[in-house]
Design a protein around this ligand. Structure first.
Ligand code: C2E
Ligand code: CA
Ligand code: CA
Ligand code: CA
Length: 280
C-alpha cells in the first residue's frame, strides 16, 4: 500500500500528539536552512591549563528562531536527524566554520583549529571527508584547522561497522579527531586502544563536582593517566571554577574549556577575545 505526501503522514503510527508541534518546528528549520540568516555558529575558547594559552575553539550551532528566539542545539539536532535534515545542517556547519576561519585575519587566530561536532549520521553517510575537503579548498585552508568531535555514543551505533576506518581516513587527511562526552557512552576501554583519535573530551558530568566528590576525583585522575599512557590528550569540558581548573591541572589534564574561561560567543567577539589575550 502506497501512501503519498501529507496524506500518508496522517496514518503513520509515529505521529502522536507530541510530535505535532515538531512538524511546525521542522518546517521552520527547513526555512532556516534555506534562508541562512537564522543559523549561527558560536565559538567557545579552549585553553591550555598550564599557561592559559588559547589553543582552539569549539563551534556550537545556534538557531535564532524569528518567533521563539534562541533555540538550543539539543532542541533541534535530534529533529534534524529524524527527518533527514542532518546532512544539510552538517554541511552548513562545515562551510560556515571554514568561511569563518578564512575570515579571521588576526595573527593570534590564523593557526588555531576550530572543532566542529559531527553527528553519527554524518559519519556514516560517506561524504563527510569530501564535504570537509571542498570547504577547506574553497578557502585555501589546511585540514588541521578543522577538527572533528564525535560523541562517544556513536561507538555504540550498530552502523558503526567501520568506524575505525572512517576515523583513520579523517586523520590521514589531516583532521584532528576528538572523542566527545568521554566517560558517558559506555565504550569499552579495550576498544579505545584501537580507536584512531587524538583527544578525549572529558564530560562535564565528571568535572562538575571537582574537587569535593572523591569518586569524581578518582575517575578524573584515572582517565587522565590512562589517556597519557595511550598517548592521548585530555580536554576537560564544563570547567566553571578556579578550584576545578586547579584540580585538573594538578591531575595532569592538559586542556580545558568552560565558563571559567568563557562561554561560547559570536565570531567577531571571539576574534576580540583572542587579540585581548595576547595584549595582556
Ligand atoms: P557538547 O558538544 O557536549 O557541547 C558542550 C555544551 O556545553 C555546549 O552546549 C556548551 O555551550 C556547554 N558549555 C560549555 N561550557 C560550559 C560550562 O562551563 N558549563 C556548562 N553548564 N555548560 C557549558 P550547547 O551549545 O547547548 O550544545 C549542546 C550540544 O548540542 C553539544 O554538546 C553538541 O552535542 C550539540 N551540538 C552543538 N552544535 C552542534 C553541531 O554543529 N552539530 C552537531 N551534530 N551537534 C551540535
Ligand atoms: Ca562537542
Ligand atoms: Ca562534549
Ligand atoms: Ca557533554
Amino acid at each position: 500500500q502506497r501512501l503519498g505526501g501529507n496524506q500518508g503522514l496522517r496514518f503513520r503510527p509515529a505521529l502522536n500528539v507530541e510530535s505535532v508541534p515538531d512538524l511546525g518546528l521542522l518546517n521552520d528549520l527547513r526555512t532556516a536552512l534555506t534562508s541562512g540568516d537564522q543559523l549561527e555558529l558560536h565559538y567557545q575558547p579552549q585553553h591550555r591549563l598550564g599557561d592559559g594559552e588559547l589553543v582552539g575553539a569549539e563551534a556550537l550551532l545556534r538557531w535564532r528562531h524569528p518567533q521563539q528566539g534562541m533555540i538550543p542545539p539539543d532542541a533541534f539536532i535530534g529533529l534534524a536527524e529524524r527527518h533527514g535534515l542532518m546532512a544539510s545542517l552538517g554541511s552548513w556547519v562545515i562551510s560556515q566554520a571554514a568561511a569563518q576561519l578564512a575570515h579571521w585575519h588576526s595573527p593570534e587566530l590564523t593557526e588555531l583549529p576550530v572543532w566542529i561536532n559531527i553527528s553519527a549520521m554524518q559519519l556514516f553517510q560517506g561524504n563527510l571527508e569530501s564535504t570537509l575537503s571542498s570547504a577547506l579548498h574553497r578557502h585555501g585552508l589546511p585540514a588541521y584547522r578543522l577538527g572533528v568531535e564525535l560523541t562517544e555514543s556513536v561507538l555504540l551505533d550498530e552502523r558503526a561497522g567501520d568506524i575505525v576506518g572512517r576515523l583513520q581516513g579523517l586523520r590521514r587527511s589531516g583532521h584532528p579527531v576528538a572523542l566527545d562526552d568521554f566517560g558517558t557512552g559506555y565504550s569499552s576501554l579495550g576498544y579505545l586502544k584501537h580507536l584512531p583519535v587524538d583527544k578525549l573530551k572529558l564530560d562535564r558530568a565528571f568535572v562538575q563536582a571537582l574537587p569535593e566528590d572523591p569518586a569524581d576525583v578518582a575517575i578524573v585522575d584515572a582517565v587522565v593517566s590512562m589517556a597519557s599512557g595511550l598517548g592521548l590528550q585530555v580536554i576537560a569540558e564544563g570547567v566553571e571554577s578556579r578550584e576545578q581548573r586547579d584540580h585538573l591541572l594538578q591531575a595532569g589534564c592538559q586542556l580545558a574549556q568552560g565558563y571559567f574561561y568563557a562561554a561560547p560567543m559570536p565570531a567577531e567577539e571571539f576574534e576580540r577575545y583572542g587579540a585581548q589575550l595576547v595584549a595582556h
